[in-house]
Ligand binder design. Sequence first.
Ligand SMILES: [Mn+2]
Length: 392
Amino acid sequence: MRFFHLSDLHIGKQLHHYNLREDQEYILGEVISYVKKLHPDAVVIAGDIYDKSVPSGEAVTVFDDFLTRLSETEPAVPILIISGNHDSARRLDYASRLLGSHHIYIAGKVPETEDEHLRKITLQDEYGNVHFWLLPFLKPGYVRGLCGGELPESYTDAVRTVLEREQIDPAERNVLVSHQFYTGKNTGTGETVTPETCDSEVLSVGGIDNVDITVLKDFDYAALGHLHGAQQVGYEHIRYCGTLLKYSVSESGQEKSLHMVELGDKGTPVRVEKLPLHPLRDVRKLRGELSAIINAAEPEHREDYVSVTLTDEIDPYKPKEQLEKVYSHILEVRMDNERTRQKLEFGEEELRMEDPVQMFSDFFREMQGRGMSEEETKFTEQVFDKAKGDAR
Ligand SMILES: [Mn+2]
C-alpha cells in the first residue's frame, strides 16, 4: 500500500504581509498532479488544514477546491484528515458524515466521553487490512471525561489514555495519524531525540506539550503533523512530513517535499519516498552589499520571497526601493555592518550596567500592572544578592 502523508497546509496563512493564496493553490495543484500520476491508495493530512480556527471565505474555497479536485481523480482516492492546533475541531467536523460517503474521512474532535471512540478507517491491499487511526490534536483538558473528570498529568498520559481504550490488533498493520509534539528515545540505539523546530510553528513555551514516542509502540507508521520541518523522530516509521511550503525565513534552507509512504507486509520496514515540490515562489535569504545583490539578481527569481541582509559599511540610500527594482516580494531588509554591530554591543553594555532589581521591578510592573510591594522588593533583592554570591 502506498499513501501520501501531508500536514500543516495552513491555508490562509500570510508570509509577513504577503497573501499566499496563489502559492498555496499552486502547490496543492502539484500534489494533485502527483496523485494522478502515482495513484496512491490514500491521502493523509495530519492536521493544521487552516491557519486560523475561523478561516476566511477565501481559505475555505482553496481547501474546498483541493478536496473536490482530489475526489474527482480516477479511481477516487480516500482522503483522511485530522484537526491540528490551528483548526477548530467543530468547524472541521461539519458535514463530516456526509463527506464520508465521498471517501473523505475527517476527525475533528477527540473522544470526550466513554462511548466515543477514535475514528478508524480500514483499507485493504494484497497483505490484508491497514487500519488508519485518526487522532485529532488534543490537550490534556480535552479528555478529562475519559479519566473520571480528572485532568491527565501530562500530554503523554492524555494521548496514552485515548489510545489504550481502542482495540488495536497488533497482528494487523496500524497507522496513527496525529498532530502533537513527539519526543523520545530510540531504545535500540539509545539516542534521545529532540525534534528540530522552526519559526512558523506555534508551540508551547518550555516543551510541556511533548508526548513520548513510547505511546506509538503498536503502530507500523506514525503520520505526524505539527512540526514544519520534515524529520523522523527516533525511528524511520515515526515521521513528520513538514509543510509543503516554506512558512518562515528560518525554513529557507529546508527542502520541502511530498512524502509517499510504502507499507509492505506486517513487519517489513516502511519505505518513505520524498517527491520534490516546485513552489511558485521560493523563500530565500540574501546577504551582501546592495550593489552585489542587485547585480546578482536573476529575472526568474524576481518573484521569490527574499529576506535581505546588507553588509555595506555606509548605509545605502533607500535600500528597499532599490531592491524593489529587482525583487517584487521583499520580506525584510536588515543591516549588518560595523555600526549596527557596535550598537548591539553597546546596547548590551548599557543593559549590564542597570540595576537588576530595578529591571525586574519594571518587568513585574509590565506583567502585573502594578508595582511590587515592599515585601516583594525585599525578596527580589535577596534573590539577586544570593545569585551574586553564588556567582562569585
Ligand atoms: Mn502547523
